[in-house]
Design a protein. Structure first.
Length: 115
């Protein structure tokens, strides 16, 4: 299993970023996928989850209405569209797959929201 995130960077408050996670090594379309984040000195937290076919999503209250998770099963890729970014969204963002009672993680991508 390999998960590779991209799309992070430095953005001003109120700006937008789109994160991507390219997956390989498993049958992508048969697993739900999630995005987590970890800010300095804080525990890793769940940001959003999307079901196998993308028909249902769930997101943390802190990002509801601002972040949207989506997936393209033909491209084995899951996305996180982040709008109206706030300084408190600053964190390393990780893609996650839970397969066979085991969590798989990407290397993470840094998102920094600052003026």
């Amino acid at each position: 299993v390999q998960l590779v995130e991209s799309g992070g960077g430095l953005v001003q408050p109120g700006g937008s970023l789109r994160l991507s996670c390219a997956a390989s090594g498993f049958t992508f379309s048969t697993y739900a996928m999630s995005w987590f984040r970890q800010a300095p000195g804080k525990e890793r937290e769940l940001v959003a989850t999307i079901t196998r076919a993308g028909g249902s999503t769930n997101s943390a209250d802190s990002v509801k209405g601002r972040f949207t998770v989506s997936r393209d099963n033909a491209k084995n890729t899951v996305y996180l569209q982040m709008n109206s970014l706030k300084p408190e969204d600053t964190a390393v963002y990780y893609c996650n797959a839970y397969i066979g009672w085991k969590n798989y993680w990407g290397q993470g991508t840094q998102v920094t929201v600052s003026s």
